[in-house]
Structures are given as C-alpha cells and as structure tokens.
Design a protein around this ligand. Structure first.
Ligand SMILES: [Zn+2]
Ligand SMILES: [Zn+2]
Ligand SMILES: [Zn+2]
Length: 242
C-alpha cells in the first residue's frame, strides 16, 4: 500500500516526529491487526483516540514519550527527567526542561550564587545556604525600613548584602553601645528628619539605644556623644559600591 494513500499516523497526535522515528512498522502492524480489510484502515484512523494512540506508542517498544511540559511526543532519547526535584517524576523535552529550569533559578541577594526554588522567593532571594533565623530577622527589618523610606519618597537603596555586611561589621551588636545584640535598624539621620534607608545612614541598634535616640537629631542625649561620633565616622567612611 503506497505511503501517500492516507496520512499515518494522524498529524494531530504525532507532535514533532516523522514516521520512521516512531517504529512505524510496529504501529502499522497494530493497525493492520485490528482491521479485516485494508479499506477499513482510514475508518480506524478516523476513530483513533489519543488514548489508543498512546497505547500503540508504548507498544512500539518505549521509543516514544510524552513531554509533560508541552504534551508533544518525542523520542525517549530526546526527553529527560526534570532537573527540578519536585518534578523529577516527569519527563520533558530539552526545550521545556531548560525553560522550567530557567523559571525556577534565582540569584541569591546575599551570596550572588544561583539556586533553585519551587516558588519565587520574596521580597528577597536568599539561597538555602545563606538562609537562617538571624538573616530572616535582619532582612525583615530591612524590608520594613525600605518600605518606610519609599513611602516618604526618601532614598531606599540598602541591599540585603550591604545590610548584612553592616551587621557583620558591628558583630550583630548595637552600633551605639557595642554591647547589646542587634534588635532593630537605626537610621543615623532619622527617617522623620529625611534620612533614607541607605548603607550610609543605617546601623544596627539595640532597643534601648534606638528608643533613647528616637526621632531626635543625632546628638547625645542618653547616648554618649563619642558613640555618635564613632558611628558618624563609620558611615562617612563606608563605600556602598565596595
Ligand atoms: Zn516539551
Ligand atoms: Zn546565598
Ligand atoms: Zn545599644
């Protein structure tokens, strides 16, 4: 029977494959076995459902697979198990696999390495190696203070990496008393005085130094003048681009 007598397999089911790529002989045999007369073949083909087609495909010796991303048939040699752990039970064509991988790859705001996550991290992208309770607390205060500054149209440029560098510089302690643990972000020039959330205006503070300072301009009331001078010099020297 000449190849051009009817279209086989049905084009709606064939994806990107050509006929000889799917062990056509075996598939053809399956069709022949199911009909009494050659003349019935077009009828069988017209009734062919996607399920029948899948079954015949698998009867063809596992040479074909369905990409779970685009639903196209592909050669088994051309599909891969997903690189994403939560999708590893599925197979994908290379195109879909690459696309999914790109969609779930993020650059860590802290270490700048790439990492994979099932859901987009928000508001900051932190890889599992950098993540931890203290980083979570530090970045949540950062997020709050960035939003505060933005609402008032003040500069809001402090990045997660810069804020963590500042905290590390002060050993995660209060920049004023240098004793108590970091409890909140302090704006050296208070937000109410127009100081933004930037690397050159933000230091860690303990609760008592922060409330002693309050919204007052940075001069000694309950905090020693020398502490203000020290913090001021630190902020003047710091280079956010370094
Ligand atoms: Zn695909
Ligand atoms: Zn990281
Ligand atoms: Zn303090």
């Amino acid at each position: 029977m000449p190849e051009d007598r009817f279209s086989f397999p049905p084009s709606s089911c064939i994806g990107d494959l050509t006929m000889d790529e799917v062990r056509l002989d075996q598939l053809r045999q399956a069709i022949f076995d199911s009909v009494e007369r050659i003349a019935d073949i077009p009828v069988v083909l017209a009734q062919l459902t996607a399920t029948d087609w899948s079954r015949w495909m698998s009867d063809a010796g596992g040479h074909v697979a369905v990409c779970a991303g685009c639903n196209h048939y592909a050669r088994t040699a051309d599909v891969v198990a997903s690189d994403l752990p939560w999708l590893s039970q599925n197979v994908y064509c290379h195109e879909c696999n690459d696309r999914l991988l790109a969609e779930h790859t993020f650059v860590c705001d802290v270490c700048a390495h790439t990492f994979i996550a099932q859901y987009p991290p928000t508001p900051f992208k932190v890889c599992p190696e950098c993540d931890g309770p203290s980083v979570t607390i530090a970045l949540s205060s950062l997020q709050t203070q960035l939003q505060r500054a933005r609402k008032l149209n003040l500069p809001a440029t402090l990045t997660p990496r810069q804020w963590l560098d500042t905290l590390e510089y002060f050993g995660w302690r209060c920049a004023y008393c240098l004793r108590a643990d970091f409890a909140c972000m302090d704006h050296y020039i208070p937000i109410v005085q127009g100081g933004g959330t930037t690397m050159k205006n933000c230091v860690p503070a303990c609760t008592s130094c922060n409330s002693a300072k309050g919204g007052r301009p940075p001069q000694g009331y309950l905090i020693k003048a020398s502490a203000f001078t020290r913090v001021k010099e630190y902020l003047e020297d710091i280079d956010p681009s370094a």
